[in-house]
Design a protein around this ligand. Structure first.
Ligand code: 13P
Ligand code: SF4
Length: 319
């Protein structure tokens, strides 16, 4: 057997031995997504990952994604050991919203309800009233607006602008962006659409408003995969991390999936439609963490107890 096959066999054995289950995101390497599915784990969007990890009986969760996903798993399941292939895998939104600055900002607007995106640190979640992911942001903000609440939104400015536009909410919006989705370009997308006039355009709402405005479907990663399956169009232009193509193509095997255009080549574009932090996850560091347990998520208990309140508001929300 080749090296990769041996590695996969070893990981499968270690998952059993350690009573561990993989909780993977759609932006990770297709090899990891396939392995998660094959071994009884999940491949999901960030909301479904949180629910799956919380509800699964395994005593160890291996979160294959980025750090905020590992922290969310730990906040919801303190009794479980939460490992990640690397704790270095962060997110530009998490980095763009440091707790001290954010907390000062919230203190300046005490009358506002604080809604934060899941792509934040445990400490930022602990400062918030609500956590939302892209799959549920519109419904939660609409609900708060119907109750007459004014909102602080952080950190993704594009998702924030989209939600404000759709719901009419009164929102103060933090200035931060996802380095991957921020690269999608509206003008180039219009040009591409003219080449494929029958194509539907699928957009993750972390993309700039000018790109969202061109979309036939806007949604979380899971919602975009569902749309790929359900839309009648045979051609789909997709504005999100290209690692999603693995599951999207499985969901819509007869369709042509086309990458939406980004800012350019490696010289001008930092990410080029693949998250550099998601890409840090691999078979080797997955094997290593199962063997050594050295990349373990720790969340301070006082932070966790506050963060779980805002997370549970989301998880128990029914529109
Ligand atoms: P989803 O909740 O849509 O999976 O998004 C997570 C993410 O990090 C997108 O960049
Ligand atoms: Fe963060 Fe963007 Fe990577 Fe998602 S794709 S984890 S939002 S940097």
């Amino acid at each position: 057997a080749d090296e990769k096959t041996l590695l996969i066999t070893e990981i499968k054995q270690l998952l059993k031995q350690e009573d561990a289950v993989m909780v993977a995101h759609y932006y990770t390497d297709p090899e990891l997504q396939a392995l998660a599915e094959e071994t009884g784990g999940c491949v999901a969007d960030s909301l479904e990952m949180a629910r799956f990890g919380r509800d699964h009986p395994a005593s160890t969760l291996v979160v294959v994604g980025v750090k905020f996903m590992g922290e969310t798993a730990k906040i919801l399941s303190p009794e479980k050991r939460v490992l990640m292939p690397t704790l270095e895998a962060t997110c530009s939104l998490d980095l763009g919203c440091p707790i001290d600055e954010f907390s000062d900002y919230c203190d300046q607007h005490p009358e506002r309800t604080v809604v934060v995106y899941a792509n934040t640190s445990a400490a930022v979640k602990a400062r918030a009233d609500w956590v939302v992911t892209s799959s549920i942001a519109l419904q939660v903000v609409k609900h708060l607006t119907d109750q007459g609440e004014q909102i602080i939104w952080a950190p993704d400015k594009h998702l924030g602008n989209y939600v404000a536009k759709e719901t009419g909410a009164d929102m103060l919006i933090w200035d931060s962006a996802c380095i991957v989705h921020d690269e999608f370009k509206a003008k180039a997308l219009v040009d591409l659409k003219s080449v494929y006039p029958d194509a539907a355009i699928l957009v993750h709402p972390e993309s700039p408003q000018s790109v969202v405005d061109l979309a036939d479907e806007v949604g979380s990663t899971s919602q975009l995969i569902a749309a790929a399956k359900n839309l009648p169009n045979k051609q789909l232009i997709v504005a999100t991390d290209k690692a999603i193509f693995y599951k999207m193509q499985q969901a819509a095997p007869d369709k042509l999936l086309i990458e939406a255009p980004t800012g350019g080549n490696g010289a001008t574009c930092k990410s080029c439609a693949h998250c550099p932090w998601m890409a840090m996850n691999g078979l080797t560091n997955l094997r290593d963490v199962l063997k050594l347990g050295h990349q373990e998520i720790v969340v301070e208990e006082s932070v966790r107890l506050n963060a779980i309140k805002s997370l549970n508001r989301m998880l128990s929300f029914t529109p």
